[in-house]
Write a protein that binds this ligand. Structure first.
Ligand code: SF4
Ligand code: SF4
Length: 63
């Protein structure tokens, strides 16, 4: 599933390259997370405090 993460507050997202599994997708209207790829490592949150782990949490896969 592709979920919205951020409305792209920065001209160039610096959290995106921090994702080792390339789960963050940059589009014209925002940053999205591919929940199938995300391993919930939290690195993007450490890089960018604008969105927190609380944002990722509801996106977590179950099971
Ligand atoms: S996720 Fe963070 S670094 Fe990326 S565009 Fe949004 S505010 Fe900027
Ligand atoms: S939590 Fe980790 S795997 Fe998931 S989007 Fe952020 S950096 Fe990528």
């Amino acid at each position: 599933m592709i979920n919205p993460m951020c409305k792209k507050n920065c001209a160039s997202c610096f959290a995106k390259p921090a994702c080792a599994v390339k789960a963050l997708i940059e589009q014209a209207d925002g940053i999205y997370v591919d929940t199938e790829k995300c391993i919930e490592c939290g690195c993007c949150r450490k890089i960018c405090g604008t969105y927190g782990f609380a944002t990722i949490k509801p996106m977590r896969r179950h099971g």
